[in-house]
Design a protein around this ligand. Structure first.
Ligand SMILES: Cc1cc2nc3c(=O)[nH]c(=O)nc-3n(C[C@H](O)[C@H](O)[C@H](O)COP(=O)(O)O)c2cc1C
Length: 141
């Protein structure tokens, strides 16, 4: 079993309806394929931009296929992996895709993510340099 945690920027802010559709489709497909995880969406009023933080986990081949689809999804960009690796136990069992529409104050509890709407967060981001991201997100479970 494998997991990936990443952040990305929405191409355009997601409406409530667009988020609902994304979630419904993702949950149905993830349940069928044995994927579990968590999706956080943060909309910044200041920048009129949307940001995603997602953890996905599942069998290697299924997870790789999902990752290919997510990476090519044109609804978001600047997709940066924070952590990835192998695991034996799921971190989000029972969550075909947990979801929270988070606000700034929710992210204050997640060191490293509090600044997600600033340019410096994205400028300083380097792939796979936030292994603690998994544990932080696990706090939502
Ligand atoms: C932020 C974000 C998270 C996504 N999470 C999932 C997911 O957990 N599971 C899933 O099947 N698709 C997810 N998708 C959608 C996929 O990118 C893709 O559109 C979907 O799997 C259908 O792919 P297909 O049209 O090639 O069949 C996500 C898309 C975005 C933008």
């Amino acid at each position: 079993m494998k997991y990936i945690v990443y952040v990305s920027q929405a191409k355009a802010p997601f409406s409530k309806l667009a988020l609902k559709e994304l979630l419904e489709k993702s949950r149905a497909r993830n349940s069928n394929e044995g994927i579990t995880g968590l999706l956080l969406y943060r909309y910044s009023d200041d920048f009129d931009k949307g940001y995603f933080i997602q953890a996905i986990e599942g069998p290697d081949d299924v997870l790789n296929a999902l990752w290919d689809r997510i990476s090519e999804d044109r609804r978001h960009h600047t997709i940066v992996t924070l952590a990835e690796g192998k695991q034996t136990d799921r971190m989000f069992p029972n969550w075909s895709m947990g979801f929270r529409n988070v606000e700034a104050k929710d992210l204050e509890a997640l060191p490293g993510f509090a600044e997600i709407e600033t340019e410096s967060f994205w400028e300083n981001l380097k792939a796979n340099e936030m292994p603690e991201a998994v544990e932080l997100l696990r706090g939502f479970y």
